[in-house]
Design a protein around this ligand. Structure first.
Ligand code: FAD
Length: 309
């Protein structure tokens, strides 16, 4: 039997989803709303079904799920897979509700008997789960599965003329508003400078922004910071925020709660700056500077300026 993957155009995490989907066996089909933005054949996709409908291209979760459902009826796959992004999880949630079948989110592996390994509780435990359904609906935990290529030819591209019900278009993106800090995407930045309660105030983020600017980095923060209104929710890293995987994650005044670590454990290196030598983040950090961040961060910034100018 085949496998169907939802590919979000330009979304690197979708390639990780395709790689896991190959482990389910059978030919891999993909649905992309618009140009997928990647040569999916190199990742083992045999057929890409492209839905080119202007009403869908800016995102409409129920309508995307309707497209998937029409392909499920046509192809009869054993599983539908998507990246565990906000959109991937939302569309699969719609699909599961439409088919009245279970949905296993945040999977990182599939066994030969079809059971899955899922990341639960913000990454603090792994669960082995059996999905009691002929159609398995699976999202792939971000940055936990490597996107690998295979020796395959190009994927066959087939246009999908999906029949879309107006009711499925009630929720859709109609406009994109850029945030003031939208220069470097938090999810894709190579370096993230993140601040927690220890930064002390919204104004305190001035020094975090200055350091981030010098490093060409994105600014992140903990949930305490967004709850206090010091930074927008779009900057939040963690279980209920963005999951990041930079080369370097600099955590300033962040204690390292499991819900925060769930969002930054994909980083190659973590540097913690914290006044508490017993802070939990030190267990996850590769490097640490113990001290007052209001002295340490400006000192790093000053050294960087000296080195550059
Ligand atoms: C369901 C659920 C989901 C959640 N999702 C998220 C999430 O997505 N992201 C997230 O971040 N949290 C999340 N949380 C909240 C999480 O549990 C923590 O409360 C939060 O991460 C703590 O934020 P913090 O580290 O900034 O603050 P604190 O835990 O208060 O830590 C502040 C740290 O700053 C240090 N510090 C203080 N002053 C200084 C100074 N001058 N110099 C240096 N260090 C200093 C302290 O030693 C301390 O380690 C979630 C919680 C729940 C229940």
């Amino acid at each position: 039997m085949s496998v169907l993957v939802l590919v979000e155009p330009g979304e690197e995490l979708s390639l990780q989803a395709v790689s896991l989907a190959r482990d389910l066996g059978g030919p891999v089909h993909a649905l992309s709303v618009g140009d997928p933005g990647a040569e999916l054949g190199a990742y083992g996709v045999e057929t890409v079904h492209v839905a080119a409908d202007d009403r869908l291209s800016a995102y409409a979760p129920a309508a995307w799920a309707a497209c998937l459902e029409q392909l499920v009826d046509r192809i009869g796959p054993s599983a539908v897979v998507a990246a565990g992004t906000n959109r991937g999880n939302e569309v699969l949630g719609h699909l599961a509700a439409r088919r009245d079948v279970p949905f296993a989110a945040n999977c990182i592996g599939v066994a030969d008997d079809g059971s899955v390994t899922r990341v639960r509780w913000g990454g603090s435990l792994l669960e082995e789960a059996r999905i009691n359904s002929d159609l398995k609906i699976i999202s792939v935990a971000p940055h936990m599965v490597e996107a690998t290529t295979v020796n395959g030819g190009g994927a066959q591209v087939e246009p999908l003329e999906a029949a879309i019900d107006e009711a499925d278009l009630l929720v859709r993106v109609v406009e994109h508003a850029e945030t003031p800090s939208a220069g470097i995407s938090l999810a894709e930045a190579k370096i993230v400078v993140s601040g927690g309660r220890g930064v002390g105030s919204a104004d305190g983020f001035g020094m975090i922004e200055e350091l981030a600017g010098l490093l060409n980095a994105a600014v992140g923060c903990s949930r305490v910071v967004t709850m206090a209104g010091w930074r927008p929710h779009t900057d939040q890293v963690g279980q209920t925020g963005t999951k990041v995987a930079p080369d370097l994650y600099i955590a300033c005044g962040i204690s390292g709660a499991t819900q925060h670590i769930a969002g930054c454990k994909g980083a190659k290196k973590i540097l913690a700056i914290n006044s508490d030598a017993e802070a939990p983040i030190l267990a996850s950090a590769d490097y640490a500077v113990i001290g007052d961040l209001t002295e340490i961060v400006p000192a790093i910034t000053a050294e960087l300026r000296k080195a550059r100018f």
